[in-house]
Ligand binder design. Structure first.
Ligand SMILES: Cc1ncc(COP(=O)(O)O)c(C=O)c1O
Length: 404
């Protein structure tokens, strides 16, 4: 009990972050489902595919062979080599094991990096819409997220010119996430090169979150870290969660200059110690074994993307940019709000938060409101779910919106 009469006083640090909105939606959907409601869940950002069999077998083997002890804090040499080799094969980079850290998911890599780099008052350039965790981790570290608005009319594209105009003397880190969660926007190789140039010449680091890098519908997989001279200015964050349908295994990584990796390993050694030994063995198989399951998923996501976008664009009042990667649609539902650019004064609810709650309660469809990603007129719909579920949920959404 705290000295203040039983009241628990939480740290100021933890008061600066909020519960992930994505998780909040999942929890509410789960609650309603437990009460017997038939909920269509477009909230979760995870593949509906099972982990490939060869990966599961590798983990079972690891358990049988008693590979169940602590490992090196930054991951086994085998796992770090497998990560570096996969990245080299896919993108033409050349990372040594000392430039690799294996983490409990991409999230831990991001948390480690920002904790090791950002001092109170430092600025991090964060394009909007952003994946919510970036903002919270920056806040937790005491940094300042400098939000850089992209424009829906331009498909939420980020350009080097936009980055250049938003840099300040306090900017230490620029975050890019291509393909983007939530918008599906993809940065072209040429623009990526210019963004790197602008960032590096400013003396800031470029964090490139490649968690969805294999799920591209129009472009070829590309990593900015493969550009000549890029490595000292770039931190790659990657994950096996989406690429190999392994969200629950918790295996991600960062590729970064050795001093930064050493600091991240030091921090990790005092938090989670190491990623699960068994998940590391599974990761080695995922990264070095056959890659065809990734292509199977990509093909299916592309089909679903086309289906979802067609359905969304056919709903009166809804518009939607076409995602070029990842597995999310980010439709604009501003016409159903009482405020905002497209809003109808006096009619509708005031925010997408309210609209999403109403949609869940009245139509049994869970989406993540755009407020979580820094925009006011959108829903995020995950299409990492079967076509039947998509068809059912989109029909419900259409009916619901026609009644607003
Ligand atoms: C953009 C982005 N980065 C990183 C992650 C981290 O995923 P994980 O911690 O499962 O590797 C996610 C997960 O949703 C994501 O959307």
């Amino acid at each position: 009990m705290s000295p203040r009469g039983g009241e628990i006083v939480l740290s100021e640090r933890v008061g600066r972050i909020s519960v992930s909105s994505t998780l909040a939606v999942m929890m509410e959907a789960e609650r309603l489902r437990a009460e017997g409601a038939d909920i269509v869940d477009f909230g979760a950002g995870e593949p509906d595919f099972p982990t490939p069999d060869n990966v599961k077998e590798a983990a079972i083997r690891a358990i049988r062979e008693n590979f169940s002890k602590y490992t090196a804090a930054g991951g086994t040499l085998e796992a770090r080599k497998a990560i570096a080799n996969r990245h080299a094969a896919d993108f033409g980079t050349s990372y040594a094991p000392s430039e690799v850290i294996a983490t409990a998911g991409g999230k831990q890599a991001i948390f480690n990096l920002i904790s090791c780099l950002i001092n109170p008052g430092d600025e991090v350039l964060l394009p909007v819409p952003y994946w919510v965790t970036f903002r919270d981790v920056i806040n937790y570290a005491g940094g300042r997220a400098n939000l850089l608005e992209t424009r829906e009319e331009e498909n939420f594209d980020l350009t080097a010119e936009m980055v250049r105009s938003a840099l300040t003397p306090r900017t230490r880190l620029v975050i890019v996430n291509s393909p983007s969660n939530p918008s599906g926007a993809v940065i072209s190789a040429a623009e990526f090169e210019r963004i790197l140039e602008v960032t590096a010449s400013h003396g800031a680091l470029l964090l490139t979150d490649e968690c969805y890098c294999q799920f591209l519908y129009e472009d070829q997989p590309f990593s900015v870290a493969a550009l000549p001279g890029a490595k000292e200015h770039v931190v790659v964050v990657g994950s096996l969660s989406k690429t190999y349908a392994m969200t629950g295994w918790r295996l991600g990584f960062a590729l970064a200059p050795t001093p930064l990796v050493s600091a991240m390993v030091k921090l990790q050694s005092h938090s989670t110690s190491n990623p699960s030994s068994i998940a590391q063995k599974a990761a080695v198989e995922a990264l070095t074994g056959p890659q065809d399951s990734v292509q199977v998923m990509l093909k299916e996501y592309r089909r679903r993307r086309d289906f979802v976008i067609e359905k969304l664009q056919a709903i009166p009042g809804v518009s939607c940019t076409v995602p070029r990667g990842a597995f999310y649609a980010y439709p604009n539902v501003g016409a159903f709000l009482s405020s905002g650019e497209r809003g109808r004064a006096g009619a509708g609810v005031p925010s997408t938060n309210e609209l999403a709650k109403k949609l869940l309660r009245e139509a049994g469809v869970a989406v993540v409101p755009g407020e979580a990603f820094g925009t006011e007129e959108h829903f995020r719909i995950s299409y990492a779910t079967s076509t039947e579920v998509l068809a059912k949920g989109l029909e419900r959404l259409k009916d619901f919106l026609s009644r607003q």
